[in-house]
Design a protein around this ligand. Structure first.
Ligand code: ZN
Length: 259
């Protein structure tokens, strides 16, 4: 989704595990290695965040997560879904091998399970496509993303409020270790695959349009040229284009039939 948080260990560990000394490519990590890496990172994140382990929002995360995991086609992944108690962060991220973290602040924009499924589907798609591990090596030379953002903002003349928001987001990630945004192409791919996943899991894919429209209007959105994330308009155009295919999957899903 946005402003992805990765731990400092991601990069070195991914490269060591893949035996890829050049640091390029990085896609040669086996599913077992990826799973081990994700589990290690999950433990580190869990030591630094406060989780919500009961209640309506927790149940929604677990329910959506298990339905999407069931249609992911990867029963070998050890899918885990955590709800982080942080009402000020409207965000979610995934670690390699399928460890999904949703921040409670996301529920400002996700008003029901179908809208939440748009986000969870997107995160699961990143894990399925190994975007995290593949991107880690590639981004190795990017250095301090925070510093780059500062420079980028100076050049682009972004207003101080936006600059402050970027810094807040970066600060949040810095406490966890490292921020590594996915490429725009990865983001679009995650949107596309995520849409099909939510539909297969029996969630009306049109909820994705509602969610991303609301999310796109949020104050702390980073401008597209800084974030590498699709601007709301291009994101929504892509989802609209895929909607007939997603609706067909939705109508075939066992959950939809049951209703
Ligand atoms: Zn994403």
């Amino acid at each position: 989704m946005s402003y992805f948080i990765k731990l400092g260990l991601t990069i070195t560990t991914a490269i060591v595990l893949s035996g890829c000394a050049s640091g390029l490519g990085g896609g040669n990590v086996s599913p077992q290695q990826e799973s081990a890496l994700g589990a290690q990172q999950e433990r580190q994140v869990l030591s630094k965040v406060r989780l919500i382990r009961s209640g309506r929002l927790y149940n929604a995360v677990r329910n959506v997560g298990s339905r999407i995991a069931r249609v992911s086609g990867r029963p070998d992944f050890r899918w885990r879904y955590h709800l982080v108690n942080n009402p000020r962060q409207a965000n979610a991220f995934v670690l390699p091998g399928g460890k999904v973290f949703v921040y409670s602040g996301l529920f400002k924009y996700a008003s029901n399970e179908a809208e939440l499924a748009a986000v969870v589907g997107h995160e699961v798609a990143h894990a399925l496509r190994s975007h995290g591990v593949k991107g880690a090596a590639r981004k190795q030379k990017a250095g301090l993303i925070g510093a780059l953002l500062q420079v980028g903002m100076g050049v682009a003349g972004v207003n101080p409020q936006t600059a402050q928001q970027v810094n807040q987001v970066y600060g949040q990630g810095a406490t966890l270790g490292y921020i590594r945004p996915y490429s725009r192409q990865n983001e679009t791919e995650a949107d596309s695959i995520g849409l099909m996943l939510m539909a297969k899991a029996g969630y009306d894919p049109r909820a994705a349009l509602r969610f991303w429209a609301k999310f796109g209007r949020q104050g702390q959105r980073v401008p597209e040229y800084l974030s590498t994330h699709p601007a709301p308009a291009s994101r929504i155009a892509n989802i609209r284009r895929l909607m007939p295919q997603a609706l067909a999957l939705y109508k075939k899903s066992r959950y939809a039939r049951r209703r």
